[in-house]
Design a protein around this ligand. Structure first.
Ligand code: GLN
Length: 537
């Protein structure tokens, strides 16, 4: 087995601009190494001051991804899990806020014994500690650490310095992959290498020589360009890796394989490349994505639809489920604020299934309720996730159970019928960060329910992120009306799932199944929802 300190550390930095796809490149490299039989984990270090992205508006930072252990993390962790089919945890996402928080706590405890606490060495030591923590006990063969932001930004500096020190300490057990942009100037009909040269110069100013350059480009890099980049940036031409735009993130591992990124990494870190990557399942998935037998149009009703990153995991889970059903899921994003009872038929026209998205606050609630009312009456498959489930119950209470003012106390604290209410233990909570019901909880599925058939087991575990809950006082009323709770948390009795009788497919879940869908294991609820959308309407 592994000898002392055999874990290799790969650092992924970005230059020139943001959004070059560091997360996807990291996940793709990890996939290739995993497919060769190596154990791999990925970590994201984010240079902002928030302790975690849980308090960030989706407009700022896209979706907040929740891990099994209840960490609210960057959406890149979702990509890591979807690509690798392994769970990440709190330790896989660290922000500057968290680094400073623990350094300041140590200072207050007196741990620094009178020293002046400084960015170097105290903050950099804490960063190094958080990186190396994942390599403890040689649990992984490779730890890939992605540094958020762009090199040259003030806030990235301590991270680049920590990498410089680690690289010095670790030698060939570590390497730096730097992502840059090679823009195409259409007027000159040329790819330009200058931004890459400048970005590498910035790295060199900080004392870090990148070992591999991954160059994001719209056009293929010819040998001339590769050689030029190699010459100016002190790397060999085989370490200049083309990352060309592609229509699916899931093709990137194969593109990286063709560019031999994994081989270069193995060679430079002195690891064996003898076992070729086993990617049969992945390639089959791509084939199904590429040649679907049909298309099914599904609507996603939410209030952040301008920004698809806000619903990243739901969108990816639908892609996985589509491939599983041999069909392409055509997604129509519908802004809940633009829906009303008059235009609902037009807005949802042609859709074979509708998802109502998770969310917070009352903006767009009426549109969500109108959409649910429509699909309930029109027998269109409906899938409500978290707030989507809560809205389904509000709609049902108002329109079927004759409780016209029923609401969630999140939106209306004075409703006479609080069918969704704040959890008892949440009433004492005043701090917003990290205090929701978060992470994995188990759920028992009722016999003779649709979900029991779909999951084909009695007990499941799913991840949560919410403060409000179904008010069990109203449960029998709902049941009499035909809306049944079919999943409960065994310890607390909280309702986790509701289903509507006499409807082709109408399921609401208090948890977030989308976080658990991966390429290797698409989520059963999404698979069955897409199957229903494909076959029932
Ligand atoms: N706002 C709701 C709650 O806190 C739903 C949260 C969600 O959809 N994730 O309970």
């Amino acid at each position: 087995m592994a000898s002392p300190n055999s874990t290799r550390f790969i650092f992924v930095t970005g230059g020139v601009t943001s959004s070059l796809g560091k997360g996807i490149i990291s996940a793709s490299l990890a996939k290739l190494l995993q497919a060769r039989g190596y154990s791999v984990t990925i970590q994201k270090l984010d240079p902002y001051i928030n302790i975690d992205p849980g308090t960030l508006n989706p407009y700022e930072h896209g979706e907040c991804y929740v891990t099994e252990d209840g960490a609210e993390t960057d959406l890149d962790l979702g990509h890591y899990e979807r690509f690798l089919n392994i769970s990440t945890s709190q330790a896989n996402n660290v922000t500057t806020g968290r680094i400073y928080q623990s350094v300041i706590e140590k200072e207050r405890r007196g741990d620094y014994l009178g020293e002046t606490v400084q960015v170097i060495p105290h903050i950099t030591d804490e960063i190094k500690y958080r990186i190396q923590l994942l390599g403890e006990n040689n649990k992984y063969d490779f730890v890939i650490t992605e540094i958020g932001g762009t090199v040259g930004d003030i806030e990235s500096l301590p991270y680049v310095e920590a990498i410089r020190q680690l690289k010095w300490d670790m030698g060939t057990r570590s390497l730096v992959i730097h992502l840059t942009l090679v823009p195409y100037l259409s007027a000159a009909k040329e790819l330009k290498t200058k931004p890459t040269q400048h970005s590498v110069k910035t790295m060199l100013e900080y004392g870090v020589q990148p070992d591999i350059l991954v160059c994001r480009t719209e056009k293929p890099l010819n040998d001339g360009i590769r050689n030029k980049i190699a010459l100016f940036c002190n790397v060999d031409a085989s370490s200049v890796i083309e990352s060309i735009d592609t229509d699916s993130i899931y093709k990137v591992p194969l593109l990286m394989k063709a560019e031999r990124l994994d081989r270069v990494v193995l060679k430079k870190t002195r690891a064996s490349a003898q076992r070729p990557p086993k990617l049969k399942k992945w390639i089959n998935f791509i084939k199904r994505l590429e040649s679907p037998r049909g298309t099914v149009e599904i609507g996603l009703v939410g209030k952040y639809v301008e920004l698809v990153d806000s619903y990243k995991s739901i969108i990816e889970a639908l892609i996985h489920a589509g491939a599983e059903n041999d069909c392409k899921v055509q997604l129509r994003l519908i802004h809940s604020e633009q829906i009303n009872e008059q235009n609902i038929g037009e807005q949802l026209k042609g859709l074979k299934g509708v998802i109502v998205a998770p969310g917070f606050g009352d903006r767009g609630i009426d549109g969500k309720i109108a959409a649910i009312s429509y699909v309930r009456k029109q027998n269109i498959p409906f899938f409500g996730i978290c707030l989507g489930m809560q809205c389904a119950m509000i709609e049902f209470a108002r329109n079927v159970l004759s409780l016209p003012k029923a609401h969630s106390t999140e939106m209306d604290t004075r409703t006479p019928d609080p069918i969704i209410d704040i959890m008892e233990e949440q009433k004492k909570v005043h701090m917003k960060g990290g205090t929701m019901r978060l992470g994995a909880y188990s759920c028992e599925l009722t016999e003779a329910s649709r979900v029991r058939d779909i999951y084909a087991k009695k007990e499941i575990s799913e991840r949560h992120r919410h403060r409000y809950e179904v008010n069990n006082k109203y449960l029998s009323l709902f049941e009499k009306g035909g809306m049944k709770a079919t999943g409960f948390n065994p310890e607390s009795g909280l309702v986790e799932i509701i289903e509507l009788e006499n409807h082709p497919w109408f399921i609401g879940v208090q948890f977030h199944p989308e976080y658990k869908s991966t390429v290797d294991a698409p989520h059963p609820l999404f698979i069955d929802f897409v199957r229903a959308a494909k076959t029932l309407t």
